[in-house]
Structures are given as C-alpha cells and as structure tokens.
Design a protein around this ligand. Sequence first.
Ligand SMILES: Cc1ncc(COP(=O)(O)O)c(C=O)c1O
Length: 104
Amino acid sequence: MTFSFVDFRDLAAVENAINENTKMIFSEVPTNPTLNLCDLSAISDIAKRHGLLHACDSTFATPLMIRPMDFGVDLVIQVRKKECLIDEYCIIAIMLCYAVLPHN
Ligand SMILES: Cc1ncc(COP(=O)(O)O)c(C=O)c1O
C-alpha cells in the first residue's frame, strides 16, 4: 500500500495527489494535535468525481461535534480507548467504524 500526504486545506493539492492507483481519500478532521479543519463536502465531491471512497477519522471531534456522513463521507473512524490494566497485562481498546458502502 502506498499513500501521499496532503494538506487537506488545499483542495488543489488533494486533487493533484490523485493518480490511477488511488482508491481512497483518508482525511482527518480536526487534525490532532494542530486542530486544522478542512472542507469535508468539497473533499467528498473530489472523491466522487474520481470514483474514490472518502474515509474520515474524526476521533478528536467525537460524533457530538462533527458528523462526517452529513458531508458526504463514506467511511467514518472513531477511536475510543479505555485502558484496563491488570498487573500491567490487559489493555482494552475500541475502534468504531461506520460506513455507507458501496459507492453510488
Ligand atoms: C484523530 C485521531 N485518530 C485516532 C486517535 C487514536 O489514537 P490512539 O489509538 O493512538 O490513541 C486519536 C487520539 O487522540 C486521534 O486524535
């Protein structure tokens, strides 16, 4: 798997990073720790125009603050981690993903 990093505040850079092997745009909003925001709807539009999935990690915002599917995102990642240590051996972590698939 290969990937390119882009600044999602620069929509031209997002579009320019797409090549014939691209399958998915993976955004993060807001970014942790810099708290940058991006235009999720515009990025979803770019993804649709190129037949790509748009996945978004919005862990930092929680669903209370940002609901990415309202902005055309196909796959949302929310990581919630509660650590349970028993003699330092047990860690419990939860990762929630919700998706609308396949792409229309
Ligand atoms: C955007 C984002 N994704 C994922 C995570 C979860 O990271 P980790 O599994 O390292 O706690 C965090 C934690 O703050 C986050 O801000």
